[in-house]
Design a binder for this molecule. Structure first.
Ligand code: AHR
Length: 355
């Protein structure tokens, strides 16, 4: 192991607040904090702690392997960028980044390679929830803490990972249905029969499982879910699936796209079929993520609402690592705060969006 033992002066620029329980926000900058690592004889007193830059110059870096899902969406690009910006030498890190191209077997290979390389921490954004027990057991036996980010794993033994930080996908699904219910009421359509189709994310991914479940739990009696199919969280697959929905179902009132990129594909398919969408259109478009391009789409009148899923986990994971390095403990499950952005708010908010 290349594990370092040093006092770490947390960068004041670290832009995240480590949550101390489910449902607490992470979007506010953390106050600068000094953490001292044991053993004492090897650790400089806090006031004399070497800045991270100095540690980096000495080659005394915390090595982090990040097993990323892929590059399937704008959200994912922002997430990757967040890690690549945070996990730099100037902050005391060496990042080994692996893009699994949406394949679980590639992530498993990446984790085994991180274990061989004796990294200090493994960060995993799992493609799907199941199938991780064996490889996480290997990481545990190698003494390497695993931090889950974004999506969850479904394992028999939760000591196989240190903690998880991400969005509350079930709540996102509930919020989307809650928005639809209110919107239909304001449109005088509360009692109308409403036909819905859903473009699901990668089947078995937490973001798919949670959003599908959350939306289903809030379905009104007057709503019918005509069909649900995966668009793999990509724009091209979202477009393809929406094209086939439009051929099969002549009377779609609402499309729920489980991420913005699939919504963009769906909007293209709706327009190509000679229909319109958005607040003034034939089809209501509900989406998730709240990337900048979704705000542009709402301003253009194509999308009705996007439910936020915050991808900026790099500083959050960094803060978790610094806490662990300092001998502290972190909560097992940490949710980030997320909002709902309807089209009428888009023009005012787009300038504030960080991704
Ligand atoms: O797990 C988060 C989801 O993964 C985002 O909604 C989606 O855009 C990404 O691909």
């Amino acid at each position: 192991m290349k594990r370092k033992v040093l006092s770490v002066l947390l960068s004041a620029a670290m832009a995240a607040t480590l949550m101390t329980g489910c449902g607490q926000a992470t979007s506010e900058p953390a106050p600068a904090a000094t953490e001292e690592a044991a053993p004492a004889e090897e650790a400089a007193p806090a006031e004399e702690a070497a800045p991270a830059e100095e540690a980096a110059a000495e080659g005394d870096l915390i090595v982090v392997g990040y097993a990323q899902v892929g590059a399937e969406s704008d959200w994912r690009t922002a997430n990757t960028e967040s890690f690549k910006t945070e996990f730099v030498e100037a902050n005391g890190y060496k990042l080994i980044f692996d893009d699994a191209q949406q394949k679980q077997e590639n992530q498993i290979k990446a984790i085994r390679s991180f274990i061989q390389q004796e990294v200090d921490y493994i960060v995993l954004a799992p493609v799907v929830e199941t199938g991780w027990d064996t490889v996480l057991q290997e990481a545990k036996e190698a003494g390497i803490p695993v931090i889950l980010s974004d999506r969850m794993v479904d394992v028999a033994d939760d000591s196989l990972y240190e903690c998880w930080v991400g969005g509350n996908f079930v709540k996102e699904g509930e919020d989307a249905a809650g928005w639809l219910s209110e919107y239909l009421t304001t449109q005088g359509r509360a009692d109308e029969a409403i036909n819905i189709v859903t473009l699901q994310g990668t089947i078995g991914a937490s973001a798919q499982v949670g959003r599908t479940e959350g939306f289903a739990s809030k379905m009104a009696d007057t709503w019918t879910m005509l069909d649900m199919q995966t668009g793999e969280f990509t724009q091209s697959k979202g477009q393809e699936v929406m094209e086939s929905f439009l051929k099969q179902y002549p009377d779609i009132d609402v499309v729920v796209a489980e991420n913005d990129n699939m919504a963009f594909g769906a909007i293209d398919a709706i327009k190509a079929a000679g229909k319109t969408c958005g607040p003034e259109g034939d089809v209501i478009v509900i989406s998730f993520d709240a990337v900048k391009a979704a705000f542009e789409s709402m301003i253009a009148g194509d999308m009705n609402v996007t439910v936020e899923c915050n991808p900026l986990h790099g500083p959050r994971v960094s803060e978790i690592i610094q806490t662990l390095e300092g001998g502290g403990t972190v909560d097992k499950v940490m949710y980030v705060d997320e909002g709902v952005f309807p089209a009428e708010t888009a023009a005012d908010i787009i300038g504030e969006r960080a991704y």
